[in-house]
Design a protein around this ligand. Structure first.
Ligand code: NAP
Length: 429
């Protein structure tokens, strides 16, 4: 390739992220050329529907994506389609041809990252995926490089902007879950089918990716414990606040007993923790490394511009390698690791019960939990219905084993005085 020749890019997918990546290459053309040492030029764009109007020249578009990937004049492929089919086979084809790939596809990397990285390694090409986790926040590269010498002792993320927007709306404005979800859908933050976000799948993909990099072993996404936010109510938001906590959908990974706990669930986090103030569409990752200590990254976790920022950052890295005539070093993930079951977790819990408002009920609850080695700490009570003698009790437990907590809660639920176990959530100290 002559020293002035452009680095030629094929973009697969021209939706929110693909269009943003194209626009950034156009808008920041001069700066990018300076940083790469050569121009970076888009030579083809693959989409499904050729009839839609687009913000790039029509001549660039094709719906024959395999043919675009096979073109001899493509130096780098950006995979910005999403999902597994056809993204996985297109990425494989590019890597097998020795063409480096940049992708934003969390599902693809979480489920097939290990195989794809190994394929990239065998063909001596780059495979980068900074945009797959945390949108515009640099997380993958710092974990791969600057932080790689640390033993990560805990990593906690707010990794899904949709659920964080819904929870923030509930906390700040007193909206119920259904109302907050409907609003997020109207504003375009949540999809018509919100399952992927609301039930924690998206956060689990991202946690599996971050964990695989941080711990050097593949974290199997199907073993990540996962609970969504549908059970979080306005009443829980209120009590959490009274007790000094925020409720967030946290993705947590930490080493224990020679392996790892990896879990995504709604969690009470003290208002004093830096993650508690991460609101709305913002994402954040807090981690503790043995040498670096506490560290937090935060920023916009999704959207066209922030995600394009991460994609183009990766592209510039790859383009520099192409200019230098070298390939980067794909970081290989080790063998898959068997994660610990949630029953073995040790943490504390928040519980809300509706009870018959009678003397001794508190003592009975404490006694049942005590039989299972679960001690109670902070507590709040209020009368719901004085005539029917109905009350609501909220308490936190001391740290205990999840299996003991579940057994204790089942015994409490069986007491005559308990009308309903309304909710229970894990608490992060
Ligand atoms: N949106 C975000 O904020 C965000 C943030 C971080 C990461 N990501 C990831 O980025 C990727 C892209 O997301 P997006 O939000 O940009 O998606 P999107 O808006 O739905 O765009 C998808 C694009 O892929 C094309 N496409 C889909 N299926 C295709 C097929 N079978 N053959 C050819 N083209 C196909 C679509 O073509 P048509 O235009 O013809 O329909 C469209 O241009 C996903 O992996 C997503 O997880 C997104």
């Amino acid at each position: 390739m002559p020293s002035s020749a452009a680095i030629r890019v094929a973009i697969l997918g021209f939706g929110t992220v693909g269009e943003g990546a194209y626009r950034m290459l156009e808008d920041n053309r001069e700066a990018i050329t300076r940083k790469v040492g050569r121009p970076v030029e888009v030579v083809g764009i693959g989409v499904r529907d050729l009839t839609r109007s687009r913000t790039a020249p029509r001549s660039l578009f094709t719906n024959d994506l395999p043919k675009l990937v096979r073109r001899e004049d493509v130096d780098v492929v950006l995979e910005l389609i999403g999902g597994l089919d056809p993204a996985a086979s297109l990425v494989e084809q590019a890597l097998e041809r020795g063409v480096p790939v940049v992708t934003a596809n969390k599902e693809l990397i979480a489920k097939q990252g290990r195989e794809l990285l190994s394929l990239a390694g065998r063909h001596h090409v780059d495979l980068h995926f900074e945009a797959a986790v945390g949108g515009g926040i640099p997380l993958v590269q710092p974990l791969k490089h600057q932080l790689a010498g640390n033993d990560v002792l805990k990593l906690i993320g707010i990794l899904n902007g949709t659920t964080n927007t819904i929870l923030t709306r509930m906390a700040v404005d007193g909206a119920g879950f259904d109302e907050a979800l409907r609003e997020a859908q109207e504003l375009g933050y949540a999809e018509a089918d919100p399952t992927n976000d609301v039930d924690g799948y998206d956060a689990a993909y991202k946690l599996a990716i971050l964990g695989s990099i941080a711990f050097g072993r593949q974290v199997p996404v199907d073993q990540v414990y996962r609970e969504g936010i549908r059970r979080v109510s306005q009443v829980d938001m209120h009590f959490a606040d009274v007790l000094g906590y925020a409720i967030k959908l946290l993705a947590i990974i930490e080493p224990a007993h020679e392996t790892l706990f990896a879990r995504v669930h709604p969690t009470l986090i003290p208002r004093t923790h830096p993650l508690a103030g991460v609101d709305g569409v913002y994402n954040a990752v807090w981690l503790h490394g043995d040498f670096v200590g506490d560290l937090m990254f935060s920023g916009r976790g999704a959207g066209s511009d922030p995600t394009a920022s991460a994609v183009i950052g990766d592209l510039i890295g790859v383009a520099r390698d192409v200019v230098a005539g070298q390939s980067g070093q794909p970081i290989l993930w080790g063998e898959p690791i068997d994660l610990l079951p949630i029953a073995d977790l040790e943490t504390s819990y928040y519980v809300r019960l509706n009870v018959q408002d009678r003397p001794k009920v508190l003592g009975q609850i404490a006694l049942e939990f005590g039989h299972h080695d679960v001690g109670l700490s902070a507590m709040e009570m209020r009368v719901i219905d004085r005539k029917r003698e109905l009350g609501e009790i909220v308490f936190l437990t001391h740290r205990c084993r999840e299996s003991d907590f579940r057994a204790g809660l089942a015994s409490v639920a069986a007491l005559d005085a308990i009308v309903e176990v309304c909710s229970d959530f894990r608490v992060e100290a």
